[in-house]
Write a protein that binds this ligand. Structure first.
Ligand code: G3H
Ligand code: 13P
Ligand code: ZN
Length: 286
């Protein structure tokens, strides 16, 4: 059954684990996440981006998630969320469709503009009983940073600003930047754990780590023990899906035209990748 994202995260925090928020773009990926959730008996968040709304249609992705859950996974506890909404218009479109949780990503804007736009999104969303994730600091993309600490500093969340941001916007969850980055980045230095603890001392909301695809269990457990409740995963499940597609095509001399075999294998591979992440977020190594 569908549940409010903030409630899923508070419940997980109380029980000492974190929830995975997985990006999905098609039916097979949705099924992979739901099956992984069912097999691990763990709540999940399924999320989609503006690019996916452009690709398949916002209503298509949203209602497909809802319907697959209703018809085939009635026992699974899950949330649905817009990931990285970067404009008021895209958030509005989602709220009008009934999406129950949205991220407003104003992290690349000037601080005061991020505050006022996020606050506006919170007012719009709360009037429809939807919750809002804000972002302060900015989680970089792979091409933007390297291993030197100076470059990273510019992206980090300021703990004092975090409490001001939370109080002035009224958000429900906060995405933080503590050395995490989108994509696979082996060269990244250790996260700034002290900064995270300073944020946690000031902010009682559930905290979200974006860019969790390449985090190992020790990092994950360190930040969960310090108060993180949610990890966003996109790259590693996409890689599992894409590698399987490529393997199936390469396996036979003639191109496989039963696309169900190709996509079915990819769905299975992604399910395993998602299960591994869910277990990691619960503190279980494989
Ligand atoms: O951080 C978010 C996603 O990894 C970006 O995904 O290609 O669907 O915009 P997208
Ligand atoms: P990854 O690129 O590490 O999977 O991060 C995904 C993410 O943060 C989606 O919002
Ligand atoms: Zn992200």
């Amino acid at each position: 059954m569908i549940k409010k994202v903030s409630e899923i995260l508070y419940d997980a925090r109380k029980e000492g684990y974190a929830v995975g928020a997985f990006n999905v773009i098609n039916i097979e990926m949705i099924q992979a996440v739901f099956t992984a959730s069912q097999e691990t008996k763990t709540p999940v968040i399924l999320q989609f981006t503006e690019s996916t709304m452009k690709y398949v249609g916002g209503k298509t992705i949203f209602h497909t998630i809802e319907n697959i859950a209703k018809w085939y996974y009635p026992d699974v506890c899950f949330g649905i969320h817009l990931d990285h909404g970067k404009s008021i218009e895209i958030v509005q479109e989602c709220l009008e469709m009934g999406v129950p949780s949205v991220m407003f990503d104003g992290s690349r804007r000037e601080y005061e503009e991020n505050v006022s736009l996020t606050k506006h999104v919170v007012e719009m969303s709360h009037s429809k009983n939807a919750c809002v994730q804000g972002e302060l600091g900015s989680v970089p993309y792979k091409s933007e940073v390297s291993s030197d600490i100076e470059t990273w500093d510019a992206y980090m969340t300021n703990p004092d600003q975090a409490i001001d941001f939370v109080q002035r916007t009224g958000i429900d969850t906060l995405a933080v930047a503590i050395g995490n980055a989108h994509g696979m980045m082996k060269e990244r230095f250790e996260p700034d754990y002290n900064r995270l603890s300073e944020i946690v001392q000031r902010v009682s909301l559930p905290l979200v780590i974006h860019g969790a695809s390449d985090w190992d269990i020790s990092r994950v457990q360190e930040v969960v023990s310090r108060g993180v409740s949610c990890f966003n995963v996109d790259t590693s499940s996409r890689v599992a899906f894409a590698q399987s597609l490529s393997k199936t095509f390469k396996a036979s001399e003639e191109i496989e035209i039963d696309i169900r075999k190709v996509l079915g294998n990819a769905r299975g591979a992604m399910k395993e990748a998602v299960k591994e992440k869910i277990q990691m977020f619960r503190g279980i190594s494989k």
